[in-house]
Write a protein that binds this ligand. Structure first.
Ligand code: Q9C
Ligand code: ZN
Length: 674
């Protein structure tokens, strides 16, 4: 049997390699911008051979129907399709014991009855004569992806694999998982590529206890997992999945568990956890590689997760991770059992990796009480280990043993029930409308002295437009060292960019101007004169005087960082200022992850139509501007963020105070239940 299988695989591999060398390469030549897709239909061979309701959901169609949808959408064709390989036993033994590998190897020649008997030694596992080759291929596919991304052959990518991996342990299969694809990949990246900091984001709805155990002592792997927990009543029902389990010895602080204690979690809950738990730690950790245990049983309609996050949520989660590790992100399939939702969620993940605009996120931008409790608890548990959380002095609200049930302020949303009964018509509707992309242009004006910077080249605006009369008048009032014609030309460039963005001709761009403050005001005026525009976000660094009539326009949210102190009364929810001229680095880091291409996860989350970023800054902050520029246009940063500089106590308390004041208006800023 094995001979036939191996031979068939060999034929397919050769044809796949040939494809990769010709047609596929023409579509998208491999290069730092490319996105890899790794898939092999041979991984659809494993299937359940006996009656077992618990395992019945892990079907071959998970892979085949997902791949079919990627092809139908034209996404697979845009990727660099890399061939899989079978992992060697040496690869497997990076995480598993030789004895366990031998046990799995032995399943190739077992009868159905023997396979069944062996499976009963483990929790929620089945075996098939193809389990060993498929599971080796799942590991091999993951390693191929990591090799391509780490060597820079591609920018990022996704591996569609079966069986999944994150539950499997050194000596045990568990929860449909045989070999731990992602844990082996992390160990491989450490040992064979010499990486020192790897972030694993496990967004599957189950706790990847196999990954946690593999790295619980290891500070070079930061493992983040959220999971349905329900106060330890949900499978795998482990005490070690709670928020207060943070790793051991030198690995303390490098295991991050976010338990979901209710079903029905929605987009707002997922995004809140990314913004307030994962991203602060990830930015401080500064990974060289991001591995995603990409399970989609956390998506709407899944019978296991019973959560309500819509497919676009996975585009947002992916987008939020791209500023890390210079965009080196490898997503590896784990769970996901509602086939339609699975396929759609994978499409949105891959689309985002390919650089497509992130679609609008549906639902109220308000986290539910239960999610906030988890956020508060995990932040308190990790505050001793992470400078970025330390200034927050709210302790845990609850300990697992004192939990009494929900009660809380009405500002919060409530989780909907997770039941999928009667959800089918709604789901069909959600999944059948292609997600709508927002018009979210970004113009960035940076000072002329930034011309030596590494800015996203294709986006640089070079041509200018003639100024309107009032814009010339604005210029005339300014005191400038530049000759008037040069100054007018400089002002014209950002405005030309803006016109293109407003006309929907370009999505993002950068314009350099020596007179950023004046440019910003002119750009705001021109933008707000466009009647069709209803929501504008403007992020500015450095001194900026925005005339009052613009500030009070009602269509703009203004975020000004590092400007001069303004003796203002209560902060307006539409004009947010953090003054101070100390290092901007902590703020810029936070901003580098600010999803300006996605309106929704911003504080406030109104449906933005346009984002506008402007930097007025001194030369000492130019590296910050560079990072910001790439982030603003939604591109991976060209370099890592470098050593973490924590906020000064003054900055930290200013941020905390501001967030407290603003969270009445912007509920996504909440990080605690009180
Ligand atoms: N009703 C993965 O998603 N069954 N594995 C739990 C609770 C086991 C899930 C039963 C689920 C295993 C990769
Ligand atoms: Zn799962």
């Amino acid at each position: 049997m094995q001979g036939g299988w191996e031979a068939a695989r060999g034929r397919r591999l050769r044809s796949s390699a040939a494809r990769a060398g010709t047609g596929m390469a023409k579509n998208r030549p491999p290069g730092p911008q490319g996105t890899a897709l790794i898939y092999d239909k041979d991984m659809a061979r494993v299937r359940l051979l006996w009656d077992d309701p618990e395992c019945a959901i892990e079907v071959p169609e998970r892979l085949t129907s997902t791949y079919a949808r990627l092809c139908h959408r034209g996404l697979a064709q845009r990727c660099v399709q890399l061939p899989v390989r079978e992992a060697t036993e040496e690869d497997l033994e990076l995480v598993h014991s030789p004895e366990y590998v031998a046990v799995v190897k032995g399943t190739q020649t077992m009868s159905r009855e023997q396979l069944h008997t062996l499976a009963q030694q483990y929790d929620a596992v089945y075996f098939h004569p193809s389990t060993f080759p498929c599971a080796r291929m799942a590991v091999g596919a993951t390693l191929q992806l990591v090799d391509a991304v780490v060597t820079g052959a591609v920018g990022n990518g996704m591996a569609l694999v079966r069986p999944p991996g994150h539950h499997s342990q050194r000596d045990a299969a568990n929860g449909f998982c045989v070999f731990n694809n992602v844990a082996i990949a992390a160990e491989h990246a450490k040992r064979r590529h010499g990486l020192q900091r790897i972030l694993i984001v496990d967004w599957d709805i189950h706790h990847g206890q196999g990954i946690q155990r593999a790295f619980e002592n290891d500070p070079s792997v930061l493992y983040f997992s959220w999971h349905r927990y329900e106060h330890q009543s949900f499978w795998p029902r482990l005490r070690e999945s709670d928020y207060d389990v943070v790793g051991q010895g030198p690995g303390r602080g490098f295991t991050v568990n976010v338990p979901w204690n209710k079903v029905g979690m929605r987009n707002a809950d997922y995004v809140s956890v990314f913004l307030h738990v994962l991203l602060p730690l990830a930015i401080e950790f500064d990974p060289e590689l991001v591995l995603v245990s990409a399970g989609y049983d956390s998506g709407i309609g899944d019978p296991e997760g019973e959560m309500k996050a819509t497919p676009e949520c996975f585009a947002h989660l992916t987008f939020l991770l791209l500023p890390l590790a210079r965009g080196r992100l490898c997503a590896v399939l784990e769970g996901g059992y509602y086939l339609q939702s699975l396929a759609e969620c994978v499409c949105l993940t891959l689309q985002t990796l390919l650089g497509d605009p992130v679609p609008a996120l549906s639902g109220e931008p308000v986290p539910c009480l239960s999610a906030l409790e988890s956020i508060q608890n995990v932040r308190a548990a990790h505050a001793p280990h992470w400078a970025s959380l330390r200034h927050e002095n709210s302790g845990p609200v609850l300990t697992p043993s004192t939990w009494q049930g929900d009660a809380g302020p009405s500002l919060l949303g409530t989780p909907s029930t997770g039941t999928t009964d009667g959800l089918k018509p709604l789901l069909d509707k959600v999944l059948s409308c292609p997600p709508r992309s927002l018009c979210t242009g970004i113009g960035l004006a940076v000072p002329d002295s930034a011309s030596g910077l590494n800015l996203p080249p294709a986006l640089l605006q070079e041509k200018g437009v003639p100024l309107r009369e009032e814009e010339e008048a604005l210029w005339a009032r300014l005191d400038s060292a530049l000759p008037q014609d040069q100054a007018l030309a400089a002002l014209g460039k950002p405005l030309a960019l803006l016109d293109e963005i407003l006309a929907g001709q370009v999505r993002a761009g950068i314009a350099v101007s020596p007179t950023v403050s004046a440019t910003t005001v002119a750009a705001l005026r021109r933008t707000l004169s466009c009647q069709a525009l209803s929501r504008l976000l403007c992020v500015t660094l450095g001194d900026l005087d925005v005339p009052e009539d613009l500030r009070d326009d009602g269509r703009m949210l203004l975020l000004n960082l590092g400007g001069k102190e303004q003796p203002e009364a209560a902060p307006s929810p539409a004009c947010i200022r953090l003054a101070g001229r100390e290092s901007w680095c902590p703020w810029v880091r936070a901003l580098a992850c600010l999803p300006l291409g996605m309106d929704w996860a911003l504080p406030g989350c109104s449906r933005l139509q346009l984002g506008l970023g402007c930097c007025c800054c001194p030369n000492s902050e130019l590296p910050s501007v560079e990072a910001l520029a790439w982030a603003l246009v939604g591109r991976p940063l060209p370099s890592t963020l470098g050593p973490f500089l924590s906020a000064s106590p003054e900055q930290a308390s200013a941020v905390t105070r501001l967030c407290r004041q603003l969270q009445q208006d912007w509920p996504m800023l909440q990080v605690s239940v009180t």
